[in-house]
Each structure stands twice: as structure tokens, then as C-alpha cells.
Ligand binder design. Sequence first.
Ligand code: C5P
Length: 404
Amino acid sequence: MGALKGKHIVLGITGGIAAYKSAALLRLFVKAGAEVQVVMTPAAKEFITPVTLSALSGKPVVSEFFTANTGEWHSHVDLGLWADAMVIAPATACTIAKMANGVADNMLVTTYLSAREPVFVAPAMDLDMMAHPSTTRNLDLLRSYGNHIIEPAEGELASHLVGKGRMEEPEGIFRYLEEYFERREAASPLKGRKVLITGGPTVERIDPVRYISNFSTGKMAFALADEAVRRGAEVTVVAGPTTAAPSHKGVKVVRVESALEMLAACRGEFPGSDVAIMCAAVADYRVKNQAATKIKREGHEPPALELVANPDIAATLGAEKRPGQILVGFALETDNGPANALGKMERKNLDMVVLNSLADKGAGFATDTNRVAIFRRGAEEPMTFPLKPKTEVAADILNAIESL
Ligand code: C5P
């Protein structure tokens, strides 16, 4: 109880018959002590008036990008940053399709694209629209982005047809959010702990313009960082070159380029850390003699690159580990996964290994989803999980770390 007190909620309302129920949902949020900002699509105003909603929320409803007569600009970016949660109820097939594809032609969808915290979607539509493959695909896309879909119920619809498509009742949506925040804020063993995470690739220069690297994007590392901060941990990510970034403002990011730089940064952070998660795809080799100037093609034979082994960062930290520190590694394998995972646990003195197989569709590099098995020291059997968004995989991994 009380998990929504003081929370900032953006309530998105779209143009469906169920919009009349949004007023009851808004009332429940306000009664629970949340601050609510309503964002409506233009079509929603045909179903419920902004006057009702602004009176209940105590804030003017936002619908357009700016107020026509004063030119006042409504910033979807500020609203996205302000929100602890965004709830779209009802969500029509049209808005779901726009969200899935980033069609930012109204204030509601732009706010959605700017929202950093969890998004909850309560679809409401007629049964055939709900069952249409395009709706199914769009909802799957939203799930893959880590959004929460509050499934519609079966029952009589506004069309008098009976089937799946009735928006979940306001009480049900309210409870869904309340339970989500209760679970998230339940005292986590990670609260107040220092967590070090490596992520992304490393880049090993050949000359000033060329390099050796790999396809890692760092998405898994930043998903872990966001989730650990939500659980109250103090998180530092040492990240190789990647465009990915954490969503949570509380994550400290140290940017590095090469494996040697990553090792130096980790050695500085590790002694003060309680948990270290080695998520980076560190290049195994670097070029022995980096050229100081650009290697020329004209009039030269193809150069032979002499490679030397990079240090193993996980193994280095494993050798320096103090009792009580937890060190977690990843294993990305194409074959013999479990045996390799257990071998790494021994060799690098890890406490846990997260195995993902490149053979699994949707797992590994540059996807938003992952399918993992978790091996814990001393446990007979690995924990196995289905294919999930990386945000949810991050929660599974941190649950496993908490269990240690
Ligand atoms: O030996 P392999 O590269 O498969 O091990 C993967 C695990 O070891 C990952 O956790 C990775 O982050 C870590 N690693 C490392 N430094 C290296 C190579 C791997 O920290 N040089």
C-alpha cells in the first residue's frame, strides 16, 4: 500500500469509448497521492472532456504541442523526464501502432518516446481489431521495448459483440501499477551496495583511423545498470565505445576505448565495489605496434598485423577478489554452452555466469531481447529463462545475484 504516493504519473488517453473510464482511473491515482498529468490525443476529446480531467488532476490537460493563442510550448521531453510512469488507458489500435513505430505526430506519442521510466499500456478495441495480426505484432513490439501490456478482458464490447478487447477496469489498472512499484521498492539486498558493470565493445586501434572491434552494443549492460539503480544500488558502468546510454539519471558512466583502458578503470573501481558484472565484449587481441600515422595503401604490400593478447579483465578482478565480493561474468557461445560457462566460472574465479547462445534467435548482440541460462557457484542446475526483453533479463540476473 502507498507505493504510488508522490509518484509522477503521465496518464495518456486516446480516442476510444473506454475513455470515460479514464476519469475513474485518474481519481484512483490522485486518491493514492500520485501527481497526474493528463495527455490526450485530439480524438480522445471527442469521448471525454478535458474540463473533467483537469478538474480531477488539478492540472491543465495537455494535448497540442503548443497553446495556439499564447504560443506556449508544451515540452514532451520535460514531461517524459518528469514521469515516474506513463500509463496509456485506453490505448487504441491506432496509438499502439504509432507507439510501435515511433510515429510522433501528436503530443501523446512524442511524450511516450521521451519517457524513460516504465510505460503501461491498457488496450481497448473491438474484438476483431484486437485479434488482427497487425495489432498482435504491434503489441509484441511494445513488449520487446520493455513496455507493460495490461491485457484487455473478455466481455461485451461497445459494439455488442462479445470477445477480448474490453479495457481492464480502472481498479485493475491501478492495482497493476501499485503492485509493480511495491515489488520494485521492496527492500532489495542491493540497496546501498556499490555495483560495477562493464559493457559494450572495446576498440583496438590499428592506426589513427582503423580499428578492431565487435558488434556489442552495451544494451544489456545499461539495462542491468538501470535495474540496479532502481533497486537502490550505486552503479558505475565502464563502457567501451557505444551509442547506448542508461535511461536512469543515477547511473555513473565512465567511457573508455581499449581493453587496457577498461582494465585500468575497473581496477580503480573494483576494490570499493560489492558486486561486479562483466558484461563487456572485450577484444581478445590488440595490435602490437599501433601505427602513429595512417597506413597507406598505394605502393605497399598488405600489412601483416601482429596481434598480442589483451588482459582478461574478469580474470584479473577474479584474482583480486576479496571474500564477500560477488563477481559475475557472461559467456556468449555458439556451441558447448554449459561446459564453457562452467569452465569460465573456474578459470576466472566467478560466482555466477550468464550464458547466452548465439544459436538462439533474438539472443546476444544488438537485439532488444535475450535468452539466458544462469549458472551459480555451488548450484547443481542452471536457472533457465525464456526469450525476454533485455530489461526483464536484467531483472532476472539481479534476482539471481540477490539470491547469492
Ligand atoms: O573468455 P570469454 O571472453 O568468453 O569470457 C567472457 C567473460 O569474460 C565476460 O564476462 C567478459 O566480459 C569477460 N572478459 C573480460 N576481459 C577479457 C575477456 C573477457 O573481462 N579480456
